[in-house]
Design a protein around this ligand. Structure first.
Ligand SMILES: Cc1cc2nc3c(=O)[nH]c(=O)nc-3n(C[C@H](O)[C@H](O)[C@H](O)COP(=O)(O)O)c2cc1C
Length: 205
């Protein structure tokens, strides 16, 4: 079992990446998977989508080839998104735009985790659920996590964490990851059935 974690903040040393790294540790510590793949969008590693992707541009193939292989090898994903001006960051949407009929994330479960330094976090959940799955066919779990007041939890120095919030999020994260594993196991069967082929309907409706 391999789970990919995508950290959606463009910022270096972001809170989203802090959470993503914690999720990676929790996945391994909990025995959810034996392998992880963490991809951070810090510093904008992906250029904005252009049509060279469709025409097989060599530069794009060089950029996306290793990412495509890594994503293909994952059974499921955790997508970590900060809330920026009530939105998911454009770099995260751009990243999700890269994958369509290649099937990298198709019919694989994904847990959305959003991050806010205050009371936010619900808008990127709504946005990702509404508009980031149609052609790539990623399957978001109905369960999700909103890490509010993120500066008070998941810090390497436990003295910087609010104990009650940390305990709550540790337990809720463990619940979500255990659920993600069960979905990932079950979804293998869906992909193996051949009924989820992208050959005929390369784009979703
Ligand atoms: C451009 C920008 C816009 C932001 N807008 C919001 C917002 O609408 N709601 C919110 O709760 N936090 C907002 N924040 C603060 C984030 O919650 C905070 O930066 C948090 O650490 C998550 O972002 P990060 O993963 O990039 O660190 C914004 C931050 C940035 C950089």
């Amino acid at each position: 079992m391999k789970i990919g974690i995508i950290s959606g903040s463009h910022r270096n040393n972001s809170e989203s990446e802090k959470v993503a790294r914690h999720v990676e540790k929790a996945l391994l510590a909990q025995g959810i998977c034996d392998e992880t793949w963490l991809y951070s969008l810090a510093g904008n590693p992906l250029p904005l989508w252009d049509e060279g992707i469709w025409s097989g541009d060599a530069q794009w193939q060089e950029t996306l080839g290793p990412l495509s292989a890594a994503m293909h090898s994952c059974d499921g994903f955790v997508v970590v998104s900060p809330e920026w001006h009530g939105m998911a960051p454009s770099g995260l949407k751009n990243c999700l735009l890269m994958w369509a009929s290649g099937g990298e994330v198709a019919h694989k479960p994904a847990l959305i985790v959003t991050v806010s330094v205050a009371d936010g976090g619900s808008f990127p959940i709504a946005e990702l659920r509404m508009s980031s799955y149609k052609n790539n066919r990623i399957c978001y779990l109905p369960e999700h996590l909103i890490i509010r007041y993120v500066d008070t939890v998941f810090n390497a120095d436990p003295d910087k964490n609010k104990a009650s919030a940390q305990e709550y999020f540790d337990e809720r994260l463990a619940y979500c990851l255990a659920l993600l594993k069960e979905y990932a196991l079950a979804f293998r069967q869906i992909r193996a059935s051949g009924k989820a082929s992208l050959e005929k309907y390369t784009s979703g409706m």
